[in-house]
Design a protein around this ligand. Structure first.
Ligand code: HEM
Length: 422
């Protein structure tokens, strides 16, 4: 872990006793109070804390829901209604969990976009970033499994469509894909058996996420936080202790986030879901448009942009896996897009394409929608695989401050901080 001043003083005799035997409080104090954070962090750096909050909320509400939920094809749908109507505060707990899933994804997208813009994936934060991508994959899996549980029409047909994607492997090894799908379903169609195993895995994965988040935060505390300039901390005046400065800012942002969260929970708890999920699953009636939750839509658009099923599946998984290689695809020596005049606009265009793909994913896969999805999918891959490596070499970065202090206080203050160091 990064070295810094240790201001921990055991307050009571008990703390002192513990400190001499297991210096846990000293370690926590070092990592979450004394820890040097860049003095110029903006509000985009508060989303890591917000994500931690979301994870805890999902686990706590999920455990309570599981006390009343019944993972059976006969009772699952009714048990959700029972939770909403009969269980004390069940309506609240269920809405917090359902809206919470969406809020979690809002936060993770902001968190990832921040990382992309300020080059937080670049050395020495490669492992931190890769762990982030693993968390994101786990979040997607957990969300998908969870959406099955209410056993509504979208649950049932969403699972059917997505699990069926594996059958595309039949075109490589005949029979393999079908075998995998049957194995996943636990039968020859999506059924109560599928629901039961999905419930079990939906309960398990959040705890796996907790484990990976612990590694993520550990890796962060080894290399230290990036910041809007992308310049490393060089002198003491470049940083402030995490508490109270960063912690207070995190708290303020968290309360603002909770206001939005609360608005959805209390005023529009079903707005982010699909109305068809309030119709009980019926294997004999296919909904006219099967759409996943909003946070999967860009990937759904990529899947359907390709005429071949296997090609679509490969591109869809490829669009996430490519993120693992960003630290090496980006050849620029400058981290922050703030000082990268060309890359900045290419990245803005990438964000636009991603949002556009999200919109297209919600539309039927026909005509002009498919054409646009193909254009934006092409840009998605072009951006990472071609533009990122080339622009990093060709682009001339704009003038940068010499230090974090200079970016905040100007040249004079930065020079005296440097002089004080020597
Ligand atoms: C449950 C989900 C996650 C949690 C709880 C979490 C937690 C955190 C925390 C507490 C921080 C430090 C504060 C901050 O910079 O905002 C952080 C930083 C970071 N996270 Fe995450 N994270 C999650 C998901 C992700 C994902 C999906 C990615 C990327 C794919 C990611 C990439 C990063 C990077 C690159 C940093 C360092 C940013 C910097 O210092 O500039 N994280 N994360």
């Amino acid at each position: 872990m990064a070295q810094h001043e240790d201001t921990y003083k055991p307050g009571s005799r008990l703390e002192q006793w513990l400190d001499e035997r297991l210096p846990l409080t000293r370690m926590m104090h070092g990592q979450f109070v004394d820890f040097p954070t860049p003095r110029n962090l903006n509000y985009l750096w508060t989303f890591g804390g917000i994500l931690t909050f979301c994870l805890v909320i999902q686990i706590v509400t999920g455990i309570v829901l599981a006390m009343h939920y019944v993972p059976s094809d006969k009772l699952a749908f009714d048990s959700i209604e029972h939770i909403r109507r009969d269980v004390n505060y069940g309506w609240l707990i269920r809405s917090v969990h359902a809206v919470g899933a969406s809020m979690f994804f809002v936060a993770v997208y902001v968190h990832m976009a921040r990382g992309l813009y300020y080059g937080s994936y670049k050395a020495p934060r490669e492992v931190l970033w890769i762990l982030g991508v693993i968390i994101y994959l786990l979040m997607m899996a957990t969300g998908f499994l969870g959406y099955t549980l209410p056993w509504g029409q979208m649950s049932f047909w969403g699972v059917t469509v997505i699990t069926n994607l594996f059958s595309s492997l039949d075109s490589i090894i005949p029979g393999l894909g079908t075998k995998i799908v049957t194995w996943l379903w636990g039968g020859y169609s999506v059924s109560g058996v599928t629901l039961n195993r999905f419930f079990s895995l939906h309960y398990l994965l959040p705890f796996v996420i907790v484990g990976v988040v612990a590694l993520h935060v550990w890796a962060l505390h080894v290399v230290g936080q990036n910041n809007p300039t992308g310049i490393d901390i060089k002198t003491k005046s470049d940083s402030v202790p995490m508490a109270p400065y960063a912690v207070m800012k995190d708290m303020f942002a968290l309360f603002a986030f909770m206001l939005v969260f609360g608005w959805f929970v209390f005023y529009a708890p079903d707005y982010l879901g699909h109305a068809d999920n309030y119709i009980e699953a019926n294997p004999l009636v296919t909904p006219p448009h099967i759409v996943p939750e909003w946070y999967y839509l860009p990937f759904y658009a990529i899947l359907r942009a390709v005429p071949s099923k296997l090609g679509g599946v490969a591109l869809m998984f490829g669009s996430i896996l490519v993120l693992l290689f960003l630290p090496w695809l980006d050849t620029s020596r400058v981290r922050s897009a703030r000082y990268r005049p060309i890359f900045k606009w290419l990245l803005v265009l990438f964000f636009f394409s991603f949002l556009a793909l999200g919109y297209l994913g919600s539309k039927p896969a026909e005509g002009v929608y498919v054409m646009w999805a193909q254009i934006f999918t092409t840009y998605y891959f072009l951006f990472f695989l071609v533009l990122m490596p080339i622009v990093g070499v060709l682009e001339t970065p704009s003038p940068m401050p010499r230090s974090i202090t200079e970016s905040v206080l100007g040249e004079k203050a930065a020079s005296s901080a440097m002089a004080a160091k020597h």
